[in-house]
Design a protein around this ligand. Sequence first.
Ligand code: HEC
Ligand code: HEC
Ligand code: HEC
Ligand code: HEC
Length: 208
Amino acid sequence: MRRTAILGSIFASLALLATSAIADIANTSHDLRSQTTLLTQAGNTQICAYCHTPHNASTTNSTTPLWNHQDTVATYTMYSSPSLDMTIAGSPAGVSLACLSCHDGTVAADQLINFPTGITGPDGIFFLGDSLGTDLSNDHPISLTYNATQDPDFVAAVNSQVNGLQLFGGTGDQVECGTCHSVHDNTNEPFLRMSNAGSALCLACHIK
Ligand code: HEC
Ligand code: HEC
Ligand code: HEC
Ligand code: HEC
């Protein structure tokens, strides 16, 4: 009995190790090497280059580390609702803006600031199918200041996190795309910070 239990726990740990070993960006849809339509990138072996660069990174989107994707200059319609209690910004900020530089459909996925060695430049033809557009009024609010004292139906944030979900920005209280999504890890599809089975992701913040 005892031996079986020990073996069981060894197998459980091995399974955990295996899970963490595959929890990376390679071969997910954020591994843009898989996008054959990015023609000039044919032969590019660098995964990170579509979003990060070691030198001369974006200074306009400095909130996202060493950012290498050209910024979107779109104007957005933000979420609004009569029952919204917390403050939403007039336009998307920080990490959300980084996501939207591909996901609003206005900038091609290969419009980089610095191209990896040997890659000449963008085709500028690959616009995302999974695009939110510039009308964000029909999407969950983002660039929103999380403040549970303004609405009792919310879990209080502790150290810029709500049940482990990261809040962003200089004051560490902004709900952005990266709060619900982990851009490098597709273990919980589609790139979710935690499984939403039983609406667990929603209930991490909402008390309903
Ligand atoms: C599709 C775009 C994209 C690709 C590709 C990408 N990243 Fe990121 N990365 C981001 C965004 C957006 C952030 C900031 C948001 C966040 O932390 O969730 C970030 C944050 C980071 C950070 C700082 C926060 C953290 O998670 O530690 C590091 C380090 C990082 N990326 C490394 C890498 C490396 C190394 C690669 C290649 C193996 C890579 N990234 C590929 C978009 C990307
Ligand atoms: C360099 C461009 C780029 C950036 C930046 C980027 N993505 Fe993506 N994302 C893609 C591509 C390409 C796909 C594949 C879907 C498609 O082709 O439309 C994708 C797919 C997704 C999907 C859907 C996955 C699926 O299987 O349906 C999610 C969710 C997503 N991205 C979230 C994010 C978030 C959140 C950020 C910012 C933290 C981000 N992305 C930044 C290029 C990007
Ligand atoms: C409050 C949490 C939350 C925030 C904030 C959020 N998402 Fe999502 N997103 C989800 C969930 C959950 C799904 C999966 C929906 C499903 O499959 O039922 C999803 C799905 C997606 C998809 C897949 C295609 C689709 O439309 O279903 C994309 C792309 C995406 N999100 C991008 C983004 C971007 C870009 C942002 C920021 C502008 C963002 N998300 C902000 C929770 C969030
Ligand atoms: C990181 C925390 C967080 C997560 C995760 C999250 N939400 Fe929210 N949600 C918020 C905040 C904050 C608001 C704004 C509430 C306010 O100001 O009253 C909000 C607003 C909403 C609203 C609009 C409320 C209104 O009064 O207009 C709905 C509906 C909603 N969320 C549903 C969801 C669903 C469904 C999920 C899971 C897919 C989810 N949320 C995940 C934090 C979160």
